[in-house]
Write a protein that binds this ligand. Structure first.
Ligand code: GAL
Length: 653
């Protein structure tokens, strides 16, 4: 387990570097990420490199024993490069190029840009690849940030046509897959197909889904070009990329497959402000963040690569959310330890010192701009001490698997059918309700090995892979499928036998009609004398004939008598979206039937199992008691029975 920090030697006078490095090591950090935006300093003129200053920066950090994470600088192509090759710029759907002056102003399909990137990355990796201080590489920075995955440039158009031809072989197959007979969208050749932008009203959803798949593949192949160079010239060093929160525009499982470590950038308060949550909850969690947001992403990215970590951990107010409060004292420590409880291999704060100039000069660091410690400085020191005290072992599998899938998410976003309907949101809300039952969860792709899981949750994945269905047929575990599961084919059609389509061999129902509901409209479902609330989404379901081979049992019905909670053997299907209270209640019953031991922890306390340790985190503003959740004689490594706000406890389970 490593602690680190993001550092920009190019922002500070060289006289400060040695003292900075010394203080990093003294704080208990063992690694430092540098370099990811410094292209204009590495190559100030076309083909003229200046590595001397960077050599000295690396030596200075290495001299203090810090392991160096080198970022490739391809998120920020310099001005001279853009002026020479304006075709590098991505274009929006109206064909307008992005402008120079911030970052990520490139098109993933630009062959010119790919060539230039291979050039700078090769120079850099050849120079530093075998340096004893270099422990890891980070490719680029936050692919897709600022809405930059999709581009409608001529290069993207040409590459999209090739991609389509590879996928479909003939234009007839494409026309059929897209249902192009609708509104006379039929194409005569691949050369006639454009990216699906700037249409009068919505473009064909199958066309959009393919464009998203294509754009995602471009990100993966762009990343792979750098990975290949790094593997060739920097043997034994790990490779990561820093993913983001609430971001699904490319398939992170595909990019993650080429990495050794999936990292992500965790900004709990910035993200809380952007979340679609009621105002009272945003006010309550203002300085703590949402108690499930960090954990959800830890578990999501843990499912993307063999190892995972946090590359950028929020240290204080950020600059980019509508409102930017400061963390409650202790929260920076809590967030960092929570990552460790989810098995992080690395936690690294962003950034060492607040920069006094340019776009991010209002963004906090571990130090103030004048070099004095900011409040997070001592919390980072405390985390280093906690890591020693906790002595965490390896992370193990949880007993609950939640399946998340990027293609399925795109179908929701392309055709939500109800405002705000979004698979990521549904997966998150499902996760949150399960965590309120004290459960630890693995978030996995459809292709993951599901053996050993007691409960497998499908949070509304419209497109189901054959491999997943095969595993579901074989698992002795319990399966919970939420509305919209199996509701689309791979081509974005309604399945011939209606939803839940590929799940029907296990859940023999047909969804005959769906409705989305306005925010304050609810439906009632009745279950053993109690009423449950359904929000946002309701389905009308046809049950199999009573004498059919695979029978079903209706556990709860809507007030009008139609089935809501249906059980077929160990498979459960909910024909509506339960609100949080109903979800916690229903999932609790299903969890027990699956042989789990749910424990109710309420809205702000969270538990997490890591090997033989258990952790508790208090996101609330009141002291929380662990009585009843922890054995009386538990041996605490940190914390105790009473957890103050921002408190963390870890004990041997
Ligand atoms: C991240 C990014 C960093 C910095 C940070 C500010 O998205 O990777 O470079 O901009 O946000 O919070």
């Amino acid at each position: 387990m490593r602690l680190g920090v993001c550092y920009y030697p190019e922002h500070w006078p060289e006289e400060k570097w040695a003292d900075d490095a010394r203080r990093m090591a003294e704080l208990g950090l063992s690694c430092v990420r540098i370099g990811e935006f410094a292209w204009a300093k590495f190559e100030p003129q076309p083909g003229q490199y200046d590595w001397d200053w960077f050599d000295r920066a690396i030596e200075t950090l290495h001299a203090e024993g810090l392991g160096i994470i080198l970022g490739t600088p391809t998120a920020t192509p310099p001005k001279w490069l853009i002026d020479r090759h304006p075709d590098i710029l991505a274009q929006d759907e109206h064909g307008r190029p992005r402008r120079f002056g911030s970052r990520r102003h490139y098109c993933f399909s630009s062959e010119t840009y790919r060539r230039e990137c291979r050039g700078i990355v090769t120079e850099m990796v050849r120079r530093y690849g075998e340096h004893p201080g270099v422990v890891m590489w980070q490719t680029d920075n936050e692919y897709g940030c600022h809405d930059t995955v999709e581009s409608y440039s001529p290069a993207a158009q040409a590459a999209f046509r090739v991609w389509l031809e590879n996928r479909y072989g003939t234009i007839e197959a494409l026309n059929k897959a897209w249902g192009a007979v609708f509104w006379s969208q039929t194409y005569r050749s691949f050369d006639e197909v454009d990216p699906p932008g700037a249409t009068v009203t919505e473009a064909n959803p199958s066309h959009r889904l393919d464009f998203q798949r294509f754009s995602s593949d471009q990100v993966a192949s762009f990343n792979r070009e750098q990975v290949d160079i790094i593997r060739a010239f920097s043997p034994g060093r790990e490779i990561t990329h820093n993913f983001m929160g609430v971001f699904t525009a490319f398939d992170h499982h595909k990019v993650g497959a080429d990495l050794d470590v999936a990292t992500w950038d965790s900004y709990p308060l910035g993200f809380l402000d952007l979340m679609p949550l009621p105002e009272d909850l945003k006010r309550y969690w203002l300085r703590q963040g949402h108690p499930d947001f960090q954990a959800f992403h830890h578990d999501l990215y843990r499912g993307c690569s063999p190892k995972w970590g946090v590359m950028e951990q929020q240290p204080g107010p950020v600059n980019w959310a509508p409102y930017n409060p400061a963390p409650l004292p202790g929260m920076v420590r809590l967030w960092s330890l929570e990552a460790i409880a989810h098995g992080a291999d690395l936690v690294s704060w962003f950034r060492w010192r607040q920069v006094p100039f340019a776009q991010e000069h209002m963004h906090a660091g571990l130090q103030r701009p004048d070099g004095a410690p900011a409040p997070a400085y001592d919390e980072a020191r405390q985390v280093a001490a906690d890591v020693e005290a906790i002595k965490a072992g390896e992370t193990t599998r949880s007993e609950v698997a939640l399946i998340f899938d990027y293609e399925s998410q795109w179908t929701h976003l392309i055709q939500p059918q109800g405002k705000g309907m979004d698979l990521l949101r549904q997966a998150f809300e499902t996760y949150s309700s399960l965590r309120q039952l004290g459960l630890s969860i693995d978030i996995l792709p459809q292709s993951a090995d599901l053996s050993g899981y007691k409960l497998i949750v499908l949070p509304g994945l419209p497109i189901l892979n054959a491999g997943l269905i095969k595993q579901l047929k074989e698992t002795p575990g319990t399966i919970l499928a939420l509305p919209r599961t199996g509701s689309k084919t791979d081509n974005f059609h309604i399945p011939e036998t209606l939803a839940p389509g590929a799940l029907q061999p296990l859940m023999p129902i047909r969804v005959t009609r769906v409705e989305s509901l306005r925010p304050l409209v609810t439906e009632t479902a009745i279950w053993v004398d109690s009423e449950r609330i359904v929000i946002n989404w309701r389905e009308h379901v046809e049950l199999p004939a009573p004498d059919s081979e695979l029978g079903v049992h209706v556990e709860a019905r809507f007030a009008d008598g139609s089935a809501f909670w249906i059980e077929a053997g160990q498979v459960h299907y909910l024909a509506g979206w339960p609100d949080n209270e109903a979800a916690v209640n229903i999932f609790g019953v299903i969890a027990k039937r699956a042989g789990l031991e749910p424990r109710s922890v309420g809205p702000s306390l969270r538990l997490r199992r890591l090997g033989d340790l258990e952790f508790a985190f208090n996101y609330g503003l009141e002291t929380a008691s662990l009585k009843g959740l922890v054995p009386e004689d538990a041996e605490f490594r940190i914390g105790g029975m009473d957890l103050p706000p921002a408190g963390v406890a870890a004990w041997k389970a």
